[in-house]
Design a protein around this ligand. Structure first.
Ligand SMILES: [Zn+2]
Length: 350
């Protein structure tokens, strides 16, 4: 058995940052008068100046630190600052750079962590993992903690570039193929299933696929996306690993990251990987494509700058990225011809 925690509050609404104090009062009253270390990035202090002002006005004692690079060393240094400086909580405002650092520092220092994401581009928002730059400037996933409270301000999210929300959708979509891979690994590779984690991850993707909200560019759309990303994060927390949300779909993404210097958001590459994984799994991928089309999300690899060569090489390399992760890739004959074929299908149908 392992331990897992759940967030105490999750608010998705207009001006959510204006409700910090009210939420602390209700859910974490011991922090109402606590000292906060606020982590964000320099750019956001400027672009979100009015929101930052509203936020800080509700905290009686705070110190603001900006994160330049989300490195492991910096996160540890922040954890030390939290412990030595007598801070009672860490609050992260921003995207992955600020939040992964804040999350890890709070985890190491053993204090509550409040997250205010400014984008909804991946399920890291509420996952028990921090992705930080470690030795040699390479990204590494570190065990961390999920937030004790989340405030998702739709005013902020709706102003972020659309591609980031598209990426968030892509990251959730991969639960569809990740769950298949996980089940396969339980059946054939002695991995441990967890029905409740499975249920939450399936719920996260199904809520999106079968939603009647036909856009992400509305408060209702943001709420749906945020809740699905949070459910995905919780499913990983309950499973004690990333299996419910990461299968061959993510191995493709990790392989592409290692082989090429691309600038595509994680969730876009994962969505492309999801269609490939779905084809390899022999399952109908048309419903996923129809969904993406309906929401205007283009995952044609060529349109996204992934050439045939990149696509084929990344798939062939994918099983090497995390050898212990058993997926459909362990069951298939992986040939150049097969991935060329899948590339053709995607050029034609995406
Ligand atoms: Zn992901």
């Amino acid at each position: 058995m392992h331990n897992f925690a759940l967030p105490l509050f999750l608010q998705v609404k207009r001006n959510a940052v204006g409700h910090l104090q009210e939420n602390l009062h209700l859910y974490l009253p011991e922090l109402e008068h606590g000292r906060f270390l606020v982590l964000t990035t320099a750019g956001l202090l400027q672009t979100l100046a009015p929101k930052v002002k509203i936020l800080l006005a509700q905290i009686p004692a705070y110190q603001v630190e900006t994160v330049a690079t989300s490195s492991f060393d910096f996160a540890v240094q922040v954890a030390k600052q939290v412990s030595m400086g007598g801070f009672n909580a860490v609050l992260g405002l921003g995207g992955g750079t600020a939040l992964d650092t804040a999350k890890y520092a709070a985890y190491v220092a053993g204090v509550p962590y409040i997250a205010i994401p400014t984008t909804l581009s991946n399920d890291g928002v509420c996952s028990p993992v921090s992705v930080l730059f470690a030795e040699g400037g390479r990204k590494h996933s570190f065990t961390s903690k999920i937030p004790d409270g989340l405030l998702i301000d739709t005013d902020i999210i709706l102003k972020a570039p659309r591609v980031l929300m598209e990426a968030g959708v892509g990251d959730i979509l991969s639960n569809y193929t990740a769950l298949f891979d996980w089940r396969l690994a339980c059946r054939e590779h002695g991995e441990r299933p967890n029905d409740f984690a499975y249920l939450l991850s399936a719920q996260a993707v199904n809520a999106l696929l079968h939603s009647r909200v036909q856009t992400f560019e509305s408060i209702e759309g943001v709420k749906m996306l945020a809740e699905s990303l949070v459910l995905g994060g919780l499913s990983m927390s309950i499973a004690g690993n990333s299996r419910p949300c990461s299968g061959s779909d993510h191995l493709f993404c990790h392989a592409l990251d290692e082989l090429y210097d691309h600038h595509l958001p994680h969730g876009i590459v994962v969505a492309i990987g999801t269609i490939g994984a779905c084809i390899l799994q022999g399952r109908p991928y048309q419903p996923l494509l129809a969904f993406l089309r309906a929401y205007g999300i283009d995952i044609n690899p060529e349109h996204r700058g992934i050439t045939r060569e990149m696509f084929v090489k990344a798939w062939l390399y994918a099983p090497e990225v995390r050898k212990e992760r058993y997926t459909i890739l362990n069951k298939c004959q992986l040939t150049e011809a097969k991935f060329n074929q899948i590339y053709d299908v995607m050029l034609r149908e995406c």
